[in-house]
Design a protein around this ligand. Structure first.
Ligand code: ZN
Length: 291
C-alpha cells in the first residue's frame, strides 16, 4: 500500500470512532478564583470563561445575553454554589443539553453563616439557616473542589487522562504548601485571633486556621444603628483597630466603625484572580492587623 494513503487511513480511523471535543475544551466557571483552579488542572487543554465579571457580586449577578449565547459552545460549566446560581443555574444548564454541569462544591460540608449578635440563634425574620457559600477561600476545601474538577475532565476528555492527573497532583502539592504556610503564620498566636470584616466571606478560612471572623453585615444586610453601636463597643473592648472590607460591596458601615474606633479600613478581596498569592497576602494582612 502507498505510504501516504496508509497515513490517510490511519488519521481517519483515529478521528472517527468517537467525537473528540474541539480543542481547546471550552469551559465556564462562576467566579474568578475557580478559573485559577480549573486552569491548574486543565492547563493548555482548556479555555476558561468566567461568568461573574470582575467587580461584580456573585450574590446578585445576572448573566449577560452574550454569555448565555457563549454557553451553547461550552463543554463544561463548573458551578460552585454561589447565590446567583440559585436563580440562574437551571437556565444556564438549559441553554445547552450537551454541556456537563459540575457542582464543584460537592462533598463539602457547609457551615451556617453567622451574624455577630445572632450566634446560636436563627436570623431575624428568617427561619432557614443560610449556608456559607465561600468555600473557595480555604485551601483544604479547594482540595475537594480540585478532585471534582479532575473527575469532570476525565469524564469529558478521557484521552488526556494522564495529563489531567499530572496537573492535578501538582496542584494538590501547591495546596499542601500554601496550607502549611498559612497554618504556620497563625500558629504562634497565643490568644484567639479575631478580625472584624464587613462581608463575612472568610468563615472557612477562619475555620481552617483557628481564627475568628466577626461579621459586620449579615449576608447582604447593613447593620442597623443600634447594631452598629454594639459593634463599635465590641471593637473598642477588644482593641480592634482594623476593619476589613472587600471591593465588591459598599463599605460605609466598615468606614463608620473604623472612624469611631480611630482605626482604618483595609481591603481584602475574596474574588481575586491570583488566588494563591491573594490568600497569602490576606493571611499577612489579618495577622498584622491583630498584633
Ligand atoms: Zn459573599
Amino acid at each position: 500500500m502507498n505510504k501516504w494513503l496508509f497515513t490517510g487511513f490511519l488519521l481517519i480511523s483515529l478521528y472517527t470512532p468517537q467525537e473528540a471535543p474541539a480543542r481547546p475544551l471550552k469551559v465556564f466557571v462562576s467566579i474568578l478564583p475557580q478559573k485559577y483552579f480549573v486552569e491548574k488542572i486543565g492547563g493548555d487543554l482548556v479555555d476558561v470563561a468566567v461568568m461573574v465579571e470582575p467587580g461584580a457580586s456573585p450574590h446578585i449577578y445576572e448573566p449577560k445575553p452574550k454569555q448565555m449565547v457563549a454557553l451553547a459552545k461550552t463543554h463544561i460549566y463548573f458551578a460552585i454554589g454561589v447565590p446567583f446560581e440559585t436563580t440562574w443555574l437551571k437556565k444556564i444548564a438549559g441553554t445547552n443539553p450537551n454541556m456537563l454541569v459540575v457542582h464543584t462544591e460537592e462533598n463539602i460540608e457547609k457551615i451556617p453563616m453567622k451574624g455577630h449578635h445572632h450566634e446560636g440563634r436563627e436570623l431575624e425574620g428568617d427561619h432557614h439557616i443560610i449556608k456559607d457559600p465561600h468555600v473557595w477561600l480555604s485551601p483544604p476545601l479547594v482540595k475537594i473542589q480540585a478532585r471534582n474538577i479532575l473527575q469532570a475532565f476525565l469524564k469529558v476528555d478521557p484521552a488526556h487522562r494522564s495529563l489531567y492527573e499530572e496537573n492535578y497532583n501538582s496542584f494538590i502539592q501547591e495546596l499542601v504548601v500554601l496550607d502549611a504556610e498559612i497554618r504556620a503564620a497563625f500558629k504562634s498566636k497565643d490568644k484567639k485571633v479575631e478580625f472584624m470584616v464587613f462581608h463575612p466571606a472568610w468563615g472557612y478560612f477562619a475555620q481552617a486556621y483557628g481564627i475568628e471572623q466577626v461579621p459586620i453585615e449579615i449576608e447582604g444586610k447593613q447593620p442597623k444603628p443600634a447594631e452598629l453601636q454594639h459593634l463599635i463597643q465590641y471593637a473598642r473592648e477588644r482593641g480592634i483597630k482594623v476593619i476589613f472590607a472587600q471591593p465588591q460591596f459598599s463599605w460605609q458601615a466598615a468606614q463608620a466603625i473604623a472612624n469611631s474606633i480611630d482605626g482604618q479600613v483595609v481591603f481584602v478581596d475574596p474574588l481575586a484572580a491570583d488566588w494563591g498569592n491573594n490568600l497569602r497576602q490576606v493571611a499577612a494582612r489579618f495577622k498584622s492587623a491583630l498584633k
